[in-house]
Design a binder for this molecule. Structure first.
Ligand SMILES: [Zn+2]
Length: 206
């Protein structure tokens, strides 16, 4: 913990030297243009993927980059819903990036979800449908990669189940993006609806 405190102090001092003006401006308020929804995995640094600076990306992360569907609010599932409401209705972000990643432990756990603790079991139910979207003959490493992509598309569907998100997308004030980040290569593949598959894409700087 002492090391962590020291690291934080060093980063803060470096930040003040290089970004003092920016941080003083940001102290007055935030106006991010992007909401990033990603996995909690320790190997993922959203600001690194996006080459982002302070104040540009509103972020929420959880196991397996899940967005519970709108209907789950009736069961008290509010954490991600509150982020969506604030980002879209108050901050008025123009883009939402939903980013899965290779080697995702949450996706690997889907195969034996019944053996997990109750919190994990309940949470991962919102990704379970990804399993049925991948044909049973796809196996081993290819199955995990396919599951990760299917889950990104499933969570985009869940995003669109929120009326205010569907409406903002329909009127063109909001764009939704499905990405998969590859840990080993640090490359991003983005879903292209026109060709219905993920294609390699350079991350956009924000
Ligand atoms: Zn993960």
């Amino acid at each position: 913990m002492d090391t962590l405190v020291m690291q934080t102090r060093c980063v803060r001092e470096a930040c003040f030297q290089t970004e003092a003006t920016l941080m003083a401006e940001l102290a007055q308020g935030q106006h991010p243009s992007l909401l990033y929804i990603g996995c909690s995995d320790s190997r993922i640094l959203p600001s690194h993927i996006l080459d982002a600076h302070p104040g540009t990306v509103f972020t929420t992360r959880n196991i397996a980059n899940i967005v519970p569907p709108y209907s789950a609010m009736a069961q008290g599932e509010m954490a991600v819903a509150a982020v969506l409401e604030y980002a879209v209705l108050h901050l008025k972000v123009a883009d939402i990036v939903l980013c899965g990643h290779s080697c995702c432990g949450g996706m690997q756990a889907l195969a034996h979800v019944e053996a997990l603790e109750p919190g994990l079991r309940r949470w991962l139910q919102y990704a379970q449908e990804a399993q049925t979207r991948v044909p049973p003959e796809v196996a081993d490493a290819a199955r995990l990669d396919a599951l990760i992509e299917a889950n990104v598309l499933l969570q985009l569907d869940h995003l669109r189940s929120y009326p205010f998100i569907a409406e903002a997308e329909r009127t063109g004030t909001l764009r939704l993006h499905g990405w998969v980040y590859d840990l080993a290569s640090e490359r991003v593949r983005a879903y292209e609806a026109e060709v219905d598959c993920f294609v390699e894409e350079a991350p956009f700087g924000v």
